[in-house]
Design a protein around this ligand. Structure first.
Ligand SMILES: [Zn+2]
Ligand SMILES: [Zn+2]
Ligand SMILES: [Zn+2]
Ligand SMILES: [Zn+2]
Ligand SMILES: [Zn+2]
Length: 586
């Protein structure tokens, strides 16, 4: 089998299907995709709202809840207790497949009727005094945390595991008393830092390991008392640190600029974030084998085109979560599930599920919504095993012969994920908006839902820029203020545990709202895309000349190593191959 170049139905650009890809599609009995990998990724991301919460009622018990679903969604929303109870059964909504109508049309109608849970959380998700937590579990005293697990006294975190007394974190694990950092692991009292591990009492680190008392450093290992990569005595360090006034907004802003100008962009970095991979491509990727175009992917084998995949094998086109096997085009499904296709939100050891959503611990489903412990169902109607397979074949035949034409004119046959217009989420509240932003006009023109949003009617009592420079000048009355974000101008508040945290950490109050802070962190991340590049070591074309400190195998000549990297060629960072990087960062 040869590789083939095809034209994406959606964006009309060319994409390549490799012989190994054909083999995979054959193995799992699906036709090759008609969308390019990027459009497929965008489509999947449009089926997950992680961070937007709304006040509403439970439509079963009536109580006030906070939910990832707005008041005006077409289907009922039940609180966690009601949704996971036996007070209702999804099979009661079952309907006959109507051959005269397209399957996706019938699925679209069905999904408008069936209750959804308040949050995308496990049944057993333990949320102690943590009512604002989506895609999360095992929390105590957490506030506005998303995809956060096993954490205590944390707020404004996203993809955090094992956090304690930490605020404003992204993609991190084992962080205690940490602030405004991302990709950090096993750190204590670390702020404003990126991609570092086992560090203590430090600020503004990039790619540091086993360091303590370091400020504004990059690529250091086992160091102490360094400022902007230069060593100091303990006394000098303490003195300099005081002079930097890192407990004031102005001091933090000034030092941040210095760190980026003098260190971050002037020291070489490895072409990808991660370690322990063999035969791979991607970024933020660790412990993988035969894993390609993997982003935020860990512990995988034979996985391709995946974003946020924690554990899996024989999987293509996956987004969010892990422990998934032999599956394709899946969102937020996992937890020891197998042979899942064109599906979102199905977990708990599920098997053989297609075109379904919110089905837990089920097997052999096609086009079902909101079922638990069921099997052999189509459009929520129960069949015998025999009937099920016959009808399934019939539907697949219909879907193969006759397309569903979406509002934007794109034709959907069996083998593609749901069209975005079937996402009952507003495009601008989903993860797609973070990575593939659209304007309201663009989204509506494509037939996607858009939230015009009334985001509360608070009038700000103070501007972010008017906040005191240092936390020592802030009294408890700040808890009553409504502050206007410096960036998006929307109002936000400071909560009590947050104020206590800033006081203990001697950190200035943020002038940005939690959402804008999150987006600033996202800006520091590389795109979910790869470019072919050459190592910049000794390159005449390098934009910034870095003087190597060690002798490299290629000597004085340019390094000829090539790689795929998420650092686009026009970016300012100095990007090295693994060998050259390891010579410089030891
Ligand atoms: Zn495309
Ligand atoms: Zn309820
Ligand atoms: Zn804002
Ligand atoms: Zn090199
Ligand atoms: Zn080199």
């Amino acid at each position: 089998m040869n590789s083939e170049t095809r034209k994406c139905q959606n964006c009309k650009s060319d994409f390549v299907i490799e012989p190994d890809d054909f083999k995979f599609y054959e193995k799992i009995s699906v036709p090759p995709p008609t969308f390019c990998p990027e459009c497929r990724l965008q489509r999947r991301l449009a089926f997950r709202n992680e961070r937007n919460l709304y006040r509403r009622n439970c439509n079963l018990c009536g109580r006030d809840i906070v939910s990832m679903w707005q008041k005006n969604v077409p289907f009922p929303v039940y609180c966690q207790e009601c949704w996971w109870s036996d007070k209702w059964d999804g099979i009661g909504f079952g309907r006959e497949f109507d051959e005269s109508k397209s399957f996706l049309e019938q699925f679209a109608e069905l999904q408008k009727l069936i209750p959804r849970p308040q949050y995308f959380n496990y049944e057993s998700a333990r949320l102690v005094r943590s009512p604002y937590a989506n895609c999360s579990g095992d929390l105590e005293d957490c506030y506005l945390v998303f995809a956060t697990q096993y954490s205590r006294n944390c707020a404004y975190t996203h993809y955090l595991n094992n956090g304690k007394d930490s605020f404003d974190m992204l993609y991190s694990d084992k962080a205690e008393r940490c602030y405004d950092s991302q990709d950090i692991e096993n750190c204590y009292n670390v702020s404003f830092s990126v991609s570092s591990s086992n560090c203590v009492d430090s600020m503004f680190l990039f790619d540091c390991k086993n360091c303590n008392d370091c400020l504004g450093c990059s690529g250091l290992r086992n160091k102490k008392y360094h400022i902007l990569n230069k060593p100091f005595s303990k006394e000098e360090y303490e003195k300099k640190k005081k002079e930097l006034k890192l407990n004031t907004s102005a001091g933090v802003a000034e030092f941040r600029k210095k760190f980026f100008d003098e260190i971050y962009y002037n020291t070489p970095r490895k072409y990808y974030h991660g370690q322990m991979n063999s035969n791979f491509s991607g970024d933020y990727i660790s412990n993988t084998e035969n894993t390609f175009e993997g982003f935020y992917t860990k512990n995988t084998r034979n996985v391709k085109y995946s974003f946020w995949c924690l554990g899996g094998d024989d999987v293509y086109d996956y987004f969010a979560w892990g422990d998934l096997h032999k599956s394709y085009e899946v969102v937020s499904s996992g937890d020891n599930s197998f042979n899942i296709k064109f599906t979102y939100g199905c977990w708990g050891g599920s098997r053989n599920i297609e075109y379904s959503t919110y089905c837990i611990s089920c097997n052999d489903l096609f086009g079902c919504v909101g079922l638990r412990h069921k099997k052999f169902s189509i459009l929520n109607k129960q069949y015998s095993e025999d009937e099920y397979y016959k009808l399934r074949e019939k539907i697949i035949k219909q879907m193969t012969e006759k397309s569903y034409v979406a509002k934007d004119g794109i034709q959907y046959k069996y083998g593609e994920f749901f069209p975005i217009e079937l996402s009952i989420m507003f495009y601008n509240e989903t993860v797609a908006e973070e990575h593939f932003p659209l304007t309201q006009e663009e989204a509506l023109a494509k037939g996607y839902l858009w939230n015009e949003g009334e985001r509360g009617s608070y009038v700000a009592s103070k501007k972010g820029t008017e906040l005191p420079q240092s936390i020592s000048d802030v009294g408890d009355d700040i808890l009553n203020e409504v502050i206007e974000c410096r960036v998006c101008k929307r109002p936000y508040r400071i909560i009590e545990p947050e104020l206590k945290f800033y006081k203990e950490m001697d950190l200035p109050l943020p002038q940005l709202c939690p959402d804008s802070r999150h987006l600033e962190r996202i800006k520091l991340r590389n795109p979910l895309k790869l470019w072919k590049r050459k190592c910049e070591c000794n390159s005449k074309k390098a934009k910034i000349v870095y003087q190597n400190t060690a002798v490299h195998e290629h000597g004085e000549s340019e390094c000829l190593n090539e790689f795929e990297t998420s650092y686009a060629p026009e970016r300012p960072e100095i990007v090295y191959c693994e060998q050259c990087y390891l010579k410089e960062v030891v």
